[in-house]
Design a protein around this ligand. Structure first.
Ligand SMILES: O=C(O)CCC(=O)C(=O)O
Length: 257
């Protein structure tokens, strides 16, 4: 794993990181998010959880109750956190990684969420590519990172099919999954998933707090069962390099001078 605090000063390490990203379709970056920023988000989450708490439930109990029974409360809970300055501070750190990988100065966060995987979660995402859900822009990176507990096999660290990004965005089958407490989920599963699973090595993103997995938008991946006792809090952030956007905009829009 590349240590981000060190690669910031080494061209050779940067080249290694970029080559790994392009060859495997993902790269693990250690210490991309300073621990103080994660701790600040943890305090914010505890604060929001206290607002949602019934009968002195702790953060974990609140998480399990709302994740299992109330999609509406879960949505509210995660939206409040998603818009918090503490979460934006983490996004800013991830933007630095994208600037570093692309050697560019302008980047934009196109989607960013906090996901809560309860131990009884039945809304796991099946095998998919981010690019089949996000058509534009075609170039972005997808970060996945544990927030409070290290990502382990036990709590359902992300599974990735190494090299599965090579053929680009794949045709998919739509699979409808009815939910007990909310609207159906429709997933887009690559049509050749069986072959991909035979041909590509499956890797688990077992990483520590502060580390991130940087995934190519065409990498096939999925979440997995949380067999631990605690809610799995993870961040997922998609960031695009957009250097040259001013030029592209002025090509299609007549900007008055
Ligand atoms: O962590 C999860 O449950 C799945 C997240 C995911 O698939 C993603 O961020 O692309």
């Amino acid at each position: 794993m590349v240590d981000f605090t060190k690669i910031m000063i080494s061209v050779a390490e940067r080249d290694k990181l970029v080559a790994t990203y392009h060859n495997q379709g993902y790269v693990k970056v250690a210490d991309a998010i300073p621990i103080e920023k994660i701790q600040a988000l943890e305090r914010a989450i505890n604060h929001v959880a206290a607002e949602f708490s019934e009968k002195n439930e702790d953060r974990n109990e609140v998480g399990i109750r709302i994740a299992d029974t109330s999609p509406h409360a879960l949505h509210e809970f995660t939206q409040v956190l998603r818009m918090s300055p503490e979460f934006h501070a983490i996004e800013t750190e991830l933007q630095k990684v994208v600037r570093y990988i692309y050697e560019c100065s302008t980047v934009i966060t196109i989607q960013s969420n906090i996901l809560m995987g309860s131990p009884k979660d039945n809304t796991l995402f099946d095998w998919h590519q981010e690019a089949s859900y996000i058509a534009e822009p075609d170039e972005f990176v997808n970060f996945w990172y544990p927030l409070f507990d290290d990502a382990s096999e036990d709590n359902g660290a992300m599974r990735m099919l190494e090299g599965s990004h090579i053929d680009g965005t794949l045709p998919y089958n739509e699979v409808r999954k009815p939910q007990e407490n909310g609207p159906d989920i429709v997933e887009q599963i690559p049509s050749n998933i069986k072959t991909l699973r035979e041909e590509c090595r499956e890797v688990r993103s077992t990483i520590s707090r502060g580390d991130v997995i940087v995934m190519h938008p065409d990498l096939v991946h999925r979440s997995s069962d949380n067999r631990s006792e605690s809610v799995r809090f993870t961040g997922t952030t998609k960031i695009a390099p957009i250097d040259g956007i001013e030029k592209k905009v002025s090509d299609i829009v007549d900007i008055p001078h």
